[in-house]
Design a protein around this ligand. Structure first.
Ligand code: NAD
Length: 306
């Protein structure tokens, strides 16, 4: 069994490789790949959420699990709040092939998911990218989004002051200007909005979101969490990584009526439509599925020649 460190993952996995791994596995979920029920528990210790995400993709042979969760007090210890470890198993024998540090994979696969949604669902020429939340994941989100669309500017909001040095570096690399603004300005001016917070209530009212906007809601991955106004998710065209998760631990748990939700994999596979008009508002509820982790872990293992 190979043990692969965070540094090795960072050396072999980049936003592009993660993008294609996640895009492919979302499509595979339309033809036989499946995620097993998620276990996610509040430990009642350190305010932590801990659990397992797992799945199997018969096409690629990716079988395994990610164990880990969210420790909100880690930031004060100079550690990322998310901590996870991924196990890959040989689907022919059940033997453990590799154990990978999972923090970089989590960040890159989550950013890849919203980038896939932006690539498939956002209008072709958005001018402004709005980023809501500037925690650990947000820099990865920013870079992944800038890879799939050319923006004129990035407008950022966070509820408290945070160092944006890393965000500015990414923006500079892609030649896009970046400014901080009030939340209302961010939401009203952006045609693509990424929300990546640990919020438990809606961040902004539906009325602020203009026609043609694509919202990638990436923060809600647990029962009770919420970023979007249900009136927004009610009126938008709704997409997700996995319908069951979106209704149980994702943003669509807050919808009280039965509504149509399209798996993004069906759009990728060409069996469902995405946006059909530039005025439509689209919402992608990225809940984070185990197969994203396994697909990226497998990409690392393959790139390392293991
Ligand atoms: P982090 O702790 O580094 O940052 C949290 C961010 O949320 C900060 O910007 C903070 O200001 C903001 N925030 C917290 N409470 C808020 C509130 N009430 N109102 C407004 N903003 C608030 O966390 P992170 O690692 O960047 O992760 C962010 C979120 O993304 C977490 O909720 C995490 O669980 C989720 N996440 C989702 C996936 C997925 O696949 N969908 C994957 C990884 C992380």
């Amino acid at each position: 069994m190979q043990i692969i460190t965070e540094q090795q993952v960072a050396d072999f996995l980049d936003p592009e490789l993660a993008f294609f791994a996640v895009q492919d596995v979302f499509a595979s979920m339309e033809s036989g790949a499946w995620n097993f029920p998620v276990v996610r528990e509040a430990l009642g210790y350190q305010n932590a959420l801990y659990g397992f995400k797992s799945g199997f993709d018969p096409a690629s042979g990716a079988l395994g699990l990610k164990a880990g969760g969210y420790w909100p007090n880690n930031a004060s210890r100079d550690l990322a709040n998310h901590q996870s470890t991924i196990f890959l198993f040989d689907p022919d024998t059940g033997q453990c092939k590799a154990l990978l540090a999972g923090n970089t994979i989590t960040a890159l696969r989550t950013a890849a998911a919203s980038a896939v949604s932006i690539d498939r669902l956002a209008i072709k020429e958005p001018s402004t990218l709005g980023l809501v939340g500037t925690g650990h994941q947000s820099v990865f989100q920013l870079e992944a989004a800038l890879r799939v669309r050319s923006f004129d500017e990035i407008v950022i909001w966070n509820r408290s002051h945070r160092d944006l040095t890393k965000h500015r570096k990414v923006a500079e690399f892609y030649g896009v200007s970046l400014r901080e603004a009030d939340l209302e300005v961010v939401v009203r001016s952006a045609q693509v909005i990424i929300t990546i917070t640990s919020c438990f209530e809606q961040l902004f009212p539906d009325e602020w979101v203009g026609p043609g906007t694509h919202v990638a809601a990436m923060g809600t991955d647990t029962k009770g969490k919420q970023e979007l106004d249900p009136r927004l998710t009610q009126r938008a065209l709704r997409f997700t990584d996995e319908i069951v998760q979106s209704k149980t631990i994702g943003e669509f748990q807050h919808l009280t009526t039965d509504v149509d939700i399209t798996p993004i994999g069906a759009v990728i596979a060409g069996t469902a439509k995405g946006r059909t008009h530039d005025d439509q508002v689209t919402v992608f509820d990225g809940t984070g599925v185990g197969l994203q982790d396994l697909a990226c872990a497998q990409a690392v293992v393959k790139a390392m020649g293991i």
